[in-house]
Every structure is written in C-alpha cells, then in structure tokens.
Design a protein around this ligand. Structure first.
Ligand SMILES: NC(=O)C1=CN([C@@H]2O[C@H](COP(=O)(O)OP(=O)(O)OC[C@H]3O[C@@H](n4cnc5c(N)ncnc54)[C@H](OP(=O)(O)O)[C@@H]3O)[C@@H](O)[C@H]2O)C=CC1
Ligand SMILES: CC(=O)[C@@H](O)[C@H](O)COP(=O)(O)O
Ligand SMILES: [Mn+2]
Length: 396
C-alpha cells in the first residue's frame, strides 16, 4: 500500500489522480489532500476519500472546512506552511503527487524531494524555476522523480532503462539517442487568423482542442508557452543539449512525444489524451495498473499530422527556448512574468498577445543574480512578478 499526499487535490490533475486511486483501492491510500481555497471541492473530496489530513493554504478556507466537516470526520485540517512541510515529509508518506499550479508548488514539492520521497511531478513550473537544484537535491536525497506531464512521461517510457534510472544526469547520446521530439498540439489558435489573436477571449483560449485542464495551463497551451516550459522541463529531466531537443506540432495529441535513435528508429508513446494514463504509469512504475482510460482506437483517429512551429504565431515558445539557453535565472524570470501575464489576461486586463510582450520585456530587463538556493529563486521570482505588474500597468 502506498500512502499518498496530493498537492493540488482540487484541480484537474488532482481529480485524475483520485480517479486512479479509486480504481485501485488495494494499492493506494490517501494520506493528505492539499489545496488553496476551494472549500466546497475539498469538503467533497474529504467525504469521499477520508484523508488523515486536509490542508488549505488559505487560512479562512481552512476554518470554513473545519466547520463544514461532520463531527464524525477523523480528518485533521491544517493550514500553516510548517504544517504543509510536515505533511509532505512525514515518515508515513511514500508518494507525493506534485500538482499545485505554478510557482506556488515549488516549496512543498521541493520539500518532498529533499525528504527523499517518490515524487510524481506534474508541477512543471517547479522544474522551470529550480531545475538544476531540484535534480541535484533528488540525487542527494535518493528521491525518485517520475514525470507526470504527458510529454515527459511519454519520453520517459521511450527511454532505455539506464536513462530511466538516472534522470537529470543521463547521457542520452551514449544510449544511442539522437533527438527527443517534444510534441505539442498547437492549441486552439493553431490556424486562427493572426489579426484576430489580439481579440480572443479567455474562454476561447481555454478551449483546448484535445485536453481538459486548468485555466492557467490551458492559456499556456494556446500561446505555446506550455511547450516552452516543457522544453525547459525536458532539458532538466533528460539532461539535453539544444541539439537534442526539438518541438513538433502534432494537432491530434495522440502521440505524446517521441525519441529518435541513431539507427533511425523512432519510439513513440501513444494513447487517448487522458492524464490518467501518465498518472497511473507514475503511480505504479515499474508495474502497470488500470487507469480507466478508453483504449486508443486507430480507426477513429484516422490521421496523424505534424508541423514545424511558427515562432511568429507563437513568440512565447521562442522566448522559452532562448531563456533555456540563457540559464536558470532567465527561466525563473520568464515563468514568473508569464504567471502574472496569464492571470492578467484571464482577468480581462490585457490582450492575449500582450502575454508575449510582457514576458519579453521582463526577460530582457530583470536584474539577475546567481541562484544558489530555493530562497534565491523565490526572491528572483518575486522581483520578476513586480516587474511584470509594472509592465502590465504601462500597457494601459
Ligand atoms: N491539467 C493537466 O492535464 C496537466 C497539468 N499539468 C501541470 O499540473 C499542475 C496543475 O495543473 P491543473 O491540475 O491543470 O491546475 P488546476 O488549476 O486545475 O488546479 C490547481 C490546483 O492547485 C491548487 N493551488 C493553486 N494555488 C495554490 C497555492 N497557492 N497553494 C496551494 N495550492 C494551490 C488549487 O487549489 P484551489 O482549487 O483551492 O485553488 C488546485 O488544487 C500545473 O503545474 C500544470 O502545468 C501538467 C500536465 C497536464
Ligand atoms: C496534458 C499535457 O501534458 C499538457 O501539457 C498538454 O500537453 C497541453 O497541450 P499542448 O500540447 O497543446 O500544450
Ligand atoms: Mn504536457
């Protein structure tokens, strides 16, 4: 039996994880559920899964949850940052699903890594901000990192055992690999007339053609910043050089990524676009369990197609690839700026096309210094957020 903590339990990945747990009750137990402020969702999850702990980052939400739980409930409600660290590092915990959205996921995810847990990593922003330190810390603590993000999970599945056993420090060339092909759908605006892009609405941006996801990652898919963040994520997980990592647009999201070997072989992982597949893979690795996912029907899929990304349409992808080349400071700044810009777009304060403008302005002008610790990274993240807010204000 694996005892699990689910960071981001009320979100899309949280729901998929709990669905896989429900289908495999003999293998997994819910130790703790963690969210920010969604009291009603958390209450429903507590009643259904009866975790030992329910943690709400928002203190008012924690108070409301305590009042709403029936007196018969044994779930303990917590709320302070110290209590959250204690939860994820507790000796009873085997596995932590890291699925808080954005930079907010960094501290608890990093605590789980430092404590040597089995960490199922969906929160790509944590790796974008702290990749080098994250992988070094995992090596030192003996934590097992398993990639949940569908592309990275696909790449992982197409890698030889030696790479799977040495994430972050592998030499993929010596394993006969020439390239990783990171696939992306191109999102809802792949063929939209460029003159219309400044006027698209948040709901249109969140209307992903293939995946049902939270709003932040959905906007990132629409701008292809998601693929940029994933490019950086892949760089750290698979220790790649720029020449070893290529982005391919694949609008159907049936192939979740590929690995090209020097003998000409290309290994691809495929499946219906349903996050329960990579989640179940990570939960049971190296075994396999049922995930409740419909088998892929190739006759229904019909055609698979591939395109080269157009940086004119998707400037955020170019910015992220450039930031990855520049290093950890640049990727931390870009991630922070993007979170602020996406939130402003979702609130109707800036245009969709302004997201790339804010990101670029922050990337060129933030004051960067060497990042040696999580505290340094958080300080830079905070500065970049302030800068992004000032850039948004200046846009009018
Ligand atoms: N959805 C998907 O298919 C995929 C997602 N990912 C990654 O997984 C992560 C989660 O995405 P997704 O599930 O779509 O996001 P959602 O928006 O659906 O869920 C976000 C979760 O994070 C919680 N949260 C938000 N802010 C905080 C905070 N400050 N402290 C603690 N918890 C917080 C939310 O709690 P509350 O409800 O209380 O606000 C919620 O549980 C992201 O990093 C995303 O990039 C990666 C691949 C695929
Ligand atoms: C499901 C998942 O992993 C997402 O990150 C997904 O890849 C988003 O789709 P895009 O390929 O459009 O970014
Ligand atoms: Mn992905």
């Amino acid at each position: 039996m694996q005892n699990m903590v689910i960071l981001g339990a009320t979100g899309s990945i949280g729901a998929s994880t709990l669905s896989v747990i429900t289908q495999n009750p003999d293998k997994y137990a819910v130790y703790a559920l963690v969210a920010n402020a969604s009291v009603d969702k958390m209450l429903a999850l507590c009643l259904a899964h009866q975790p030992v702990f329910a943690h709400m980052v928002d203190q008012q939400a924690a108070i409301k949850l305590k009042l709403a739980l029936p007196s018969s409930s044994k779930t303990i409600v917590t709320s302070t940052p110290e209590e959250l660290t204690a939860l994820v590092t507790h000796s009873d915990v085997d596995t932590v699903m890291a699925a808080i959205v954005g930079a907010a996921g960094l501290v608890p995810t990093f605590a789980a890594v430092k404590a040597g847990k089995r960490v199922l990593l969906a929160n790509k922003e944590a790796l974008v901000m702290s990749g080098e330190l994250f992988m070094q810390t995992a090596k030192a603590s003996g934590a097992t990192i398993l990639p949940v993000d569908s592309e990275h999970n696909a790449i992982f599945q197409c890698m030889p055992q030696a790479v799977q056993n040495n994430l972050g420090f592998c030499d993929i060339a010596s394993e006969g690999i020439s390239h990783i092909l990171l696939t992306g759908s191109g999102g809802p605006f792949l063929t939209t007339d460029l003159t219309i892009l400044p006027n698209v609405t948040p709901d249109q941006a969140c209307n992903h053609p293939n995946w049902s996801m939270g709003r932040k990652i959905s906007v990132d898919s629409a701008s292809m910043m998601n693929k940029g963040l994933e490019y950086i994520e892949a760089r750290w997980l698979f220790n790649t050089t720029p020449e070893q990592l290529k982005v391919v647009i694949h609008p159907q999201s049936v192939i979740h990524s590929m690995v090209q070997y020097k003998d000409g072989s290309v290994l691809a992982q495929m499946g219906n676009p349903d996050m329960r597949t990579p989640i179940a893979h990570c939960m049971s690795y190296p075994q396999r369990i049922s995930a409740g996912v419909e088998p892929l029907d190739f006759f229904k899929v019909g055609q698979l197609s591939f395109l080269e990304p157009d940086f004119n349409r998707f400037p955020c992808l170019k910015l992220a690839i450039e930031a990855c080349q520049q290093g950890q400071e640049a990727t931390t700044v870009l991630n922070a700026a993007n979170e602020i810009a996406v939130e402003a777009f979702l609130q109707g304060r800036i245009k969709f096309t302004d997201i790339a403008v804010v990101n670029e302005q922050c990337l060129v002008s933030v004051n960067r210094s060497a990042l040696k610790s999580i505290e340094d990274i958080i300080a830079l993240d905070s500065d970049a957020r302030q800068l992004a807010l000032s850039k948004i204000k200046a846009l009018g």
